[in-house]
Design a protein around this ligand. Structure first.
Ligand code: AP5
Ligand code: MG
Ligand code: ZN
Length: 218
């Protein structure tokens, strides 16, 4: 069966989660965010969540083997049989290789890199509010919810993430440049990537990502 595998790359705060929620709705693909999966594990008190917490709180990447097993378990479920949208994975070349070895010849992979300069990232991240129920993302100034503290989509409670402090953001950005930026080059050589200017408005970024994604199905 042909599966559509859409991969969103981009720095912390580039807008992957914001766009992934909208693209998943528009394309009827499940939204698979490894960051959200770790946070779910943490809130459920699992051993995996406990292991990941120290890395996440310090702004470092979680070791590949923990991420890859969790991701493969998630995309092996029935709802991913027709394809899925990856947000925050792969984040290292080793993760990209692991995913590549799992995919078949029929899988149609499309990679979109949302580009935002580091100078815009800290303000985005320190003003972010996230829905604990559905994963929707807001910003106190740039994208406020209609009712303070509650999600427009599902009514869930909004909160600030533990790793969204200015100090931790610097470390996340450093990890991105060292370990994740090379993933774009890896895909560029193998399947091609499309870049989208992430400094545009969320609606403009969405239109551009959607246009890229829909080429997968054609
Ligand atoms: P993860 O949860 O994936 O965090 P991240 O990559 O750091 O990315 P963010 O979620 O911070 O940003 P985003 O691009 O989703 O931006 P958003 O749409 O929210 O990972 C967290 C941690 O988990 C990692 O540090 C690591 O420890 C671990 N982890 C996860 N996956 C891993 C992996 N594969 N390997 C190893 N470790 C892993 O937008 C940000 C803000 O900007 C929001 O407030 C939003 O409203 C606003 N905004 C969005 N778009 C716009 C726009 N166009 N204009 C103005 N504001 C905008
Ligand atoms: Mg995110
Ligand atoms: Zn919600």
């Amino acid at each position: 069966m042909v599966r559509q595998v859409l991969i969103l790359l981009g720095a912390p705060g580039a807008g992957k989660g914001t766009q992934a929620v909208r693209l998943a709705d528009a394309l009827s693909l499940p939204h698979v965010s490894t960051g959200d999966l770790f946070r779910e594990n943490l809130s459920q008190g699992t051993a995996l969540g406990e292991k990941a917490k120290g890395y996440m709180d310090s702004g470092a990447l979680v070791p590949d083997e923990l991420v890859v097993d969790m991701l493969f378990d998630r995309v092996g479920r029935d709802d991913c049989g027709g394809g899925y949208l990856l947000d925050g994975f792969p984040r290292t070349v080793a993760q990209a290789e692991a995913l590549g070895s799992r995919l078949g010849a029929d899988d149609r992979v499309r990679v979109i890199d949302i580009e935002v300069p580091d100078s815009a990232i800290v303000e985005r991240i320190t003003g972010r509010l996230s829905c604990g129920s559905c994963g929707a993302v807001y910003h106190r100034t740039f994208n406020p919810p209609a009712a303070e503290g509650s999600c427009d989509r599902c009514g869930g409670a909004l909160s600030q993430r533990a790793d969204d402090s200015a100090e931790v953001v610097e470390k996340r950005l450093a990890a991105y440049h060292e370990q994740t930026a090379p993933v774009a080059g890896w895909y560029r050589e193998r399947v091609g990537i499309q870049t989208v200017d992430g400094t545009q408005s969320p609606d403009e970024v969405f239109s551009a990502c959607r246009a890229c994604a829909e080429e997968v199905a054609s």
